[in-house]
Structures are given as structure tokens and as C-alpha cells.
Ligand binder design. Structure first.
Ligand code: ADP
Length: 456
């Protein structure tokens, strides 16, 4: 078919009416190939052929693939288009059997509602059952408007009274019907695409949900093993504490040398048993504290305290360790008002942890413990040493539980790697924060800032 022409199936048993339609089209200069049939059966046969033809060419898309886009998208027919494309009118003495029209892909059906073998309504439903959508204009007799309305309800696009067929209104009705049908087909196509992408979204959502479910299960599993680990930590450290206390108690008894004295070597050995048990007990206590913090079982117990006094006695408790390493241990307290409402056990634990680390990681020089007021509501405590220092890349990770800068088995310094994790938790629980300033080989300063008054 000429690609610029519409293809129209004209179904009418009255030859005179068919000629009228063709003449009107020709007069209007409407670019169309008209295939004529004079009964319903032939019309259905043509449409079946068209359907097969279209499916063979890749499926029915709701609109014939060779439909004329140019004209339909500008339905007001331009004169050039009209003058260039006249109407091909096959010689139609035996219209129903003729095959001169070179296409089977109709853009529109002009349908006489009264046919010898089938009425218009039946024909419309037969076309529908073929599963093809094609605009149908009904040609009615004079005064058959009611029938026309019925036909339109059944799916016809428009109707024209045979008596009123004129070139202009026929061309206009055809091009309007085609244009509307095209728009509907486009909407349907868009809807189909939307449905397809919706389908895809549903599938993706299902997949996401499945993954979420899996992650949930994994999380439950993780939580289980985490709880198991905490329980294990709590139970073992608790169980270890009792025998460790007994070992320390008995070694202290032996060291009293009553009633029997010990030889110097025995004294030495028992002292070592005592010292080692003590540091083991400290580690065990650390593990117990950590498991309590993890389980949320440690609570702040705020009470009035004198920070000046608390810092001094805590430093004194650890002085012997500094003396053993010949380190100067200096306390500098500058507090106008040294009264705080805070947890004294927590503050003491923080100072002990920071100070014992400072002593542990310093071989020579001094350690300074300071306390001062940042402002009315904030207090700072710092511990400065002249020790090995901490490289910048290690500074964040030392606050993680079980993390030590030297994780090797040959490391010089003992410890669980829990001290700073506990310290940070205690400081946070008191409503404060901890920071550090360190350079390798120079020394380290840990600074703790806490509110003077614990805010519940
Ligand atoms: P532990 O002392 O039991 O190893 P901590 O959590 O108290 O555990 O400290 C973690 C790590 O941080 C230490 O192993 C050490 O590498 C580093 N560290 C802590 N304090 C100091 C310090 N004052 N100077 C140098 N390194 C330190």
C-alpha cells in the first residue's frame, strides 16, 4: 500500500451507498485505499487475514503497523496532502471477492449496520472477539440515531447518517476516529509499559523483602552469638575471681611467715605468686566490668564528691607503680570549687585506667595528672605522660574493645585491651567525652570532660 494512505474497510451490501462513500472520499481528496465487502462474513474474513498478517509481522500492537502517522497527527488535512493523494477505488462489481487492495491492515471500518447476513451489533462483537482494536464508523439510515447510539455503546467510534454523507464531514469523521483510536492505542501501550514496570517493581520488592528477611535472620543469629560471648565473658570472669582471691589470700598468709618463717627464695616465689594473681584479678575485673557495661547492667550512681580529694588519693594509690619505674608523678589541681555531683567510682576508674596506662607505656620522664574547670558546668581531668606515644592511625582504634596498638604475642606490655573501651563508656555514661593528643616517641595526653553535675 501507499504508505501515505489510510486503508479503509467499507462494509455495505448496497452498491449505491458504497459508491456514494467512495465519491465523497475522492471529492474530499482523502488519502485512502478502500476495500469493499458486501456482507459480514467477508468483512470478518478480511479482518482475520489482517490479524494473521500482523501477527506474522511481530504481533498486534493495538494499531496497524503501517498506519499513516503524518496525517493522523495533523488531522486537519492539508491541501497538498489531499491533492497529492486521491482515492484508490477498485473496480468493484464483485466487491466481496476482490483482492486488488494491496494491504490487509485496515485503519478503519465503515460499517452499514444492516447487512444481509449479520447485524451491526453482532459484527462489532465478532470483531471484538478477534482481539483486534480498530475504529468503526457506523453508516445508518435516516432516523436510525437510536440504533447508532446502541452501536456506539457496543464500541463503535462514530456514526454517520447515509443521507448526510458529504465529502467534508466524512473525511473529518474518519480522520477524527483514527486520531482518537491512535491516541487510545498510545495510552494503552503506555499503560502496558506501566503495568510491566509495576510488575518488575513488585518482583524487585519481593526480592528486597527476601533479602531483608535474610538480614533479619542473620542479625538474630549475630545477636545470639554476641549475647553468648557476653555471657561467657561474665561467667568466666566471675568464676575466676573466687579462686584468684583465694590464691591472693593464701599467698598473703604465707608472706606473713607465721608460725613458720620462709626462706628468702620461698618469700620471693610467694611474692611473685601474689603479684601475678593481683594483675590477673585486675584483668578479670576488667572483663567483668566490660560485660556488665555491654549488658547495660552498670548504672551511674551520682553523689556529692570532692574531686580534689578523689584525684589525690587515686594518684597516691598508684604512686608505688610510678616509683618502681622511677617516673615523676605530679598532680596539678586548679579548681575554685572542687565539689561535683557525679559517680565517684566511675571517676576513680577513669583516672586509674588512664594513669596505669600512662605508667605502663612510659619508660622515663614524668606523668602529670591535672584537673581544672572548663567553665561553670564542665570539669576536665587530664593525664599526660612522656611515654611511647600513639601513631595517628592507631588513635581511633585504641578505644575499641580488645584493641591494642601492639597485638602481637611478643608484646612487652600486658593487658586485655579493654581499659580504654571501659573508660570511654564510663565517661559517656557520665555525660562527658574523652579525647587524646599524642605523638610517637614524645608522649600522650588523654583529656576527659564531664559535667560538674550529672544530669539524669
Ligand atoms: P590495655 O592497656 O589493656 O592494652 P587499653 O584499652 O587500656 O588496653 O589500651 C589500648 C591500647 O592503647 C594499649 O594497648 C596501647 O597500645 C594504647 N595506649 C593506651 N594508653 C597509652 C599511653 N598512655 N601511651 C601509649 N599507648 C597507650
Amino acid at each position: 500500500m501507499n504508505e501515505d494512505k489510510y486503508s479503509i474497510l467499507l462494509v455495505d451490501d448496497d452498491e449505491v451507498d458504497r459508491i456514494t462513500v467512495k465519491r465523497a472520499l475522492k471529492k474530499a481528496g482523502f488519502p485512502a485505499n478502500v476495500m469493499e465487502v458486501n456482507n459480514g462474513q467477508d468483512a470478518i474474513a478480511k479482518l482475520q487475514l489482517m490479524k494473521h498478517h500482523l501477527f506474522d509481522r511481530g504481533g498486534w500492537s493495538g494499531f496497524p503497523t503501517n498506519s499513516v502517522v503524518g496525517y493522523a497527527s495533523s488531522p486537519e488535512a492539508s491541501p497538498t496532502l489531499i491533492s497529492n493523494h486521491g482515492v484508490d477505488v477498485p473496480n468493484n462489481n464483485h466487491a466481496s471477492t476482490r483482492e486488488e487492495t494491496t494491504t490487509n491492515n485496515f485503519n478503519l471500518i465503515l460499517l452499514d449496520y444492516l447487512l444481509p447476513d449479520i447485524d451491526g451489533l453482532q459484527l462489532i462483537s465478532a470483531i471484538k472477539s478477534l482481539n483486534i482494536t480498530i475504529p468503526i464508523i457506523i453508516l445508518t439510515g435516516q432516523g436510525d440515531e437510536e440504533i447508532a447510539v446502541e452501536m456506539m455503546k457496543a464500541g463503535a467510534a462514530d456514526y454517520l447518517s447515509k443521507g448526510k454523507i458529504e465529502p467534508n464531514n466524512l473525511a473529518k469523521a474518519i480522520s477524527n476516529a483514527i486520531r482518537i483510536h491512535k491516541a487510545e492505542a498510545a495510552v494503552e501501550l503506555a499503560n502496558q509499559r506501566l503495568r510491566a514496570s509495576n510488575q518488575l517493581l513488585v518482583l524487585k520488592n519481593q526480592e528486597l523483602e527476601r533479602q531483608q528477611q535474610q538480614i533479619k535472620l542473620q542479625n538474630i543469629q549475630l545477636q545470639k552469638s554476641y549475647n553468648l560471648k557476653s555471657e561467657f565473658l561474665a561467667t568466666t570472669s566471675h568464676e575466676l575471681r573466687t579462686p584468684m582471691n583465694a590464691i591472693m589470700g593464701f599467698s598473703q598468709l604465707l608472706l606473713r611467715q607465721y608460725p613458720d618463717p620462709l626462706s628468702e627464695q620461698q618469700q620471693n616465689l610467694v611474692q611473685r605468686i601474689f603479684n601475678n594473681s593481683k594483675s590477673l584479678l585486675e584483668m578479670i575485673n576488667e572483663m567483668l566490668d566490660f560485660s556488665k557495661i555491654e549488658a547495660g547492667k552498670l548504672e551511674v550512681n551520682p553523689q556529692q564528691l570532692d574531686l580534689n580529694y578523689l584525684v589525690k588519693i587515686t594518684v597516691e594509690e598508684l604512686r608505688s607503680l610510678a616509683v618502681q619505674k622511677q617516673l615523676d608523678l605530679i598532680t596539678e589541681i586548679q579548681l575554685k570549687d572542687s565539689i561535683l555531683i557525679q559517680d565517684s567510682n566511675f571517676i576513680k576508674r577513669v583516672i586509674v585506667n588512664l594513669l596505669s596506662n600512662a605508667i605502663k607505656f612510659t619508660e622515663s620522664g614524668k606523668i602529670i595528672v591535672k584537673a581544672w574547670e572548663i567553665d561553670q558546668n564542665q570539669i576536665a581531668i587530664s593525664v599526660t605522660d612522656t611515654g611511647i606515644g600513639i601513631a595517628p592511625e592507631d588513635q581511633a582504634k585504641i578505644f575499641e574493645a580488645f584493641r591494642q596498638v601492639d597485638q602481637s604475642f611478643t608484646r612487652q606490655h600486658s593487658g586485655t585491651g579493654l581499659g580504654l573501651a571501659i573508660t570511654q563508656s564510663l565517661v559517656t555514661m557520665m555525660g562527658g567525652k574523652i579525647s587524646l593528643d599524642s605523638s610517637l616517641g614524645q608522649g600522650t595526653t588523654f583529656t576527659v570532660e564531664i559535667p560538674r553535675k550529672y544530669d539524669v
